[in-house]
Design a protein around this ligand. Structure first.
Ligand code: PLP
Length: 396
């Protein structure tokens, strides 16, 4: 089945009450389940038989979403989590369960993931190191020497859109016995399937493109056969699972992912070209740029015309106050955090996604005071341009 069909059908129309098959998976709110025989319930509690017992362990609406994401990412199994960050946390715990407690992470990653590593894992004696994952020679020798328990990268990095060679990194990781976790939030399985390239665990903030409408906070962890049981075991105990209503909304969102994301990628590409020619713009970061530092990887892994829907740009001579007043002048674009919604979002990394990253680390990441990030929505691109133009003209 092609991606466009799979998003509509995978995981759905499986449940039946014995009389009819619902055409969309219902929202099952029940927290507990029982059967005609207590012996059956005993076997289900003991994991000897498949079924539902308590919704912290598994539930029918979540299971449908998990089946859909396992299919889209070509994984062995999935877990729907309460947020993207709880998914990232579980992925680290599962990867480090029986490996050395050390992480090698790309420094081009979401600020809260840096926070999770530095503030939550480091105090528990997890050794954390950051590296430029686009420098493959440095990555290979660091992995060979350190043999970290786990390696973490984003398929398209937040916010400067660097693209590492996942296939090569996965090869280095395999040789060193390290687990490779890839945050695939920005690319979605429509652009990239890291598990097919050799990653072990893929995480998503489902809050973004998967749910797609700015009304769900959620995450997904899709694992290979080696890690799925560990992910589920941790979740059975700690229980940061997605609620059934959010699962339903996420699954409903994914049905239009192919349509939305194609339009968002087209809009992002047009905006990047337009911004590059704009007199108030110093520099534009976007994956369709032939001068992108990772252009070779992008050509190799991305389908033509599909370069993701996030772009970043630096406003000429703007300091923090100038960027904030540019945001205040936007009329249609929503000047809020997040990405992946049907409406265009403008985010200022300095005050939101990378606010808690130290100024030194921000500088190393290449995040400057005049950098803004746009997540293109599905609106008419002329309206997005006109809104940006009005707001920019008064700032330069
Ligand atoms: C790349 C990336 N990963 C993970 C997350 C965390 O997701 P959530 O906010 O759903 O916890 C975000 C949030 O912006 C993100 O941009």
């Amino acid at each position: 089945m092609k991606f466009e069909s799979e998003v509509v059908h995978a995981g759905d129309r499986k449940r039946t009450d014995g009389r009819a098959i619902p055409s969309t998976t219902p929202i099952h709110l029940s927290t507990t389940y029982f059967y005609d025989s207590a012996e059956k319930l005993d076997r289900i509690f003991g994991n000897e038989e498949e079924g539902f017992s308590y919704s912290r362990y598994a539930s029918p609406t979540n299971e449908a979403l998990e089946e859909l994401m396992t299919s889209l990412e070509r994984g062995h199994g999935s877990l729907a989590t309460a947020s993207g960050m709880s998914g990232v946390q579980i992925a680290f715990q599962a990867a480090l369960l029986d490996r050395p407690h050390s992480v090698l992470a790309s420094y081009s990653i979401y600020g809260a993931t840096v926070g999770l590593l530095d503030d939550l894992l480091s105090p528990y004696d997890v050794e954390v190191r950051y590296l430029d994952f686009c420098d493959l020679n440095a990555v290979e020798s660091a992995i060979q020497q350190k043999k970290p328990g786990c390696i973490f990268i984003e398929s398209i990095s937040n916010p400067l859109l660097r693209v590492a060679n996942i296939e090569k990194v996965a090869g280095f990781a395999r040789a060193a016995g390290s687990a490779l976790i890839v945050d695939n939030t920005f690319a979605t399985p429509m652009l990239m399937r890291p598990l097919e390239l050799g990653a072990n665990i893929v995480v998503h903030s489902a809050t973004k493109y998967l749910a797609g409408h700015g009304d769900v906070l959620g995450g997904i962890v899709v694992s290979d056969g080696q890690h799925h049981e560990a992910v589920r075991r941790i979740s059975r105990i700690a229980g940061p699972v997605l609620g059934p209503f959010e699962s339903y909304l996420t699954m409903r969102g994914i049905k239009t992912l192919a349509l939305r994301f194609q339009r968002q990628c087209e809009n992002a590409h047009l905006l990047s070209e337009w911004l590059r020619a704009h007199p108030c713009i110093e520099r534009v970061y976007y994956c369709s740029d032939p001068a992108h530092p990772d252009a070779r990887m992008i050509q190799q892994f991305f389908a033509p015309g599909m370069y993701g829907a996030v772009l970043a740009f630096e406003i000429k001579g703007a300091d923090k106050a100038a960027v904030l007043s540019f945001m205040n002048r936007l009329k249609m674009i929503v000047p809020a955090t997040s990405l992946g919604d049907v409406h265009t979002l403008l985010l200022y990394p300095l005050i939101s996604s990378h606010r808690n990253v130290s100024p030194k680390m921000r500088e190393r990441m290449g995040i400057r005071e005049n950098l803004a990030r746009i997540a293109a929505g599905i609106e008419a691109v002329e309206d997005i341009m006109s809104d940006l133009d009005n707001a920019l003209r008064s700032s330069c």
